[in-house]
Design a protein around this ligand. Structure first.
Ligand SMILES: [Zn+2]
Length: 246
């Protein structure tokens, strides 16, 4: 049995966490923010009680209806993404590997059942899936594919570059393109065949799940761009990783 009083959450002793999880199970969408305030504030900090909650979150996810499953998985995914990596001794990803396997399986199945119109939900599930696998950076950096924009620095001149992927087209620029006509520099998407490793897997997975627009976005995210100011070419994903502050 977990002795919750010996654990902590964002507010101190975690003795109240089991009751909070009971309320979350009864009303996942209503209690989601409160749960995250305690277990994963700003979705980037976790505590001993956060990881200890993963077995219960796996149970809640298993019993959840389709309307609530995504929220439960994103809560557990946010916590998992705060875990030290699998190579660290006593990584929560290892300590709680059994419930994490359950959560991973549920996220995996939900991805296949998410309609193309629900691309935002799909990206959330994909990030949760990667969190449960211990994938670094991309478990939290795919959201630009749903917002349609990444902000990166030019590796040569340092200017702030908006890389626009999706809703407003596929280009990069240095000024706010939503307010004015701007000078746009085209993106060079990677060809599907050029992609390897995780990018290849994300691309093929999105295609297999009928998320064609997202797969197109992945090719641009892992493609190249040129700085509109100085013309220096760069890998979009490398600049996203370079600007990533964990
Ligand atoms: Zn530049």
């Amino acid at each position: 049995m977990t002795d919750w009083s010996t654990l902590i959450d964002a507010c101190g002793s975690a003795g109240h966490v089991p009751a909070l999880l009971d309320r979350f199970e009864a009303d996942p969408s209503g209690v989601w923010s409160e749960l995250m305030d305690h277990l994963c504030p700003q979705l980037d900090t976790a505590f001993t009680a956060s990881f200890a909650a993963l077995p219960r979150l796996a149970e809640i996810a298993t019993a959840a209806g389709s309307e609530n499953l995504g929220g439960v998985l994103s809560a557990a995914g946010a916590i998992a993404s705060c875990s030290p990596g699998l190579s660290e001794p006593d990584s929560p990803l290892m300590v709680f590997s059994a419930p994490i396997a359950v959560l991973h399986d549920l996220a995996n199945r939900s991805l296949s059942q998410t309609a193309e119109a629900e691309a935002e939900e799909y990206v959330n599930l994909l990030q949760a899936l990667l969190s449960f696998e211990g994938v670094e950076t991309w478990d939290r950096s795919l959201s630009g594919l749903q917002t349609g924009e990444y902000e990166v620095d030019c590796p040569y001149c340092g200017v702030n570059v908006f890389v626009v992927i999706g809703h407003d087209g596929y280009f990069c620029c240095t000024d706010d393109y939503s307010l004015q006509e701007v000078q746009k520099s085209p993106l060079q998407p990677a060809r599907g065949q050029q992609l390897e490793g995780l990018p290849r897997r994300l691309f093929e997975r999105a295609l297999a799940d009928g998320q064609e627009r997202l797969a197109h976005g992945v090719r641009h995210l892992f493609g190249r761009a040129a700085c509109p100011d100085c013309g220096t070419g760069f890998s979009v994903s490398e600049r996203v990783v370079a600007g990533w502050i964990p």
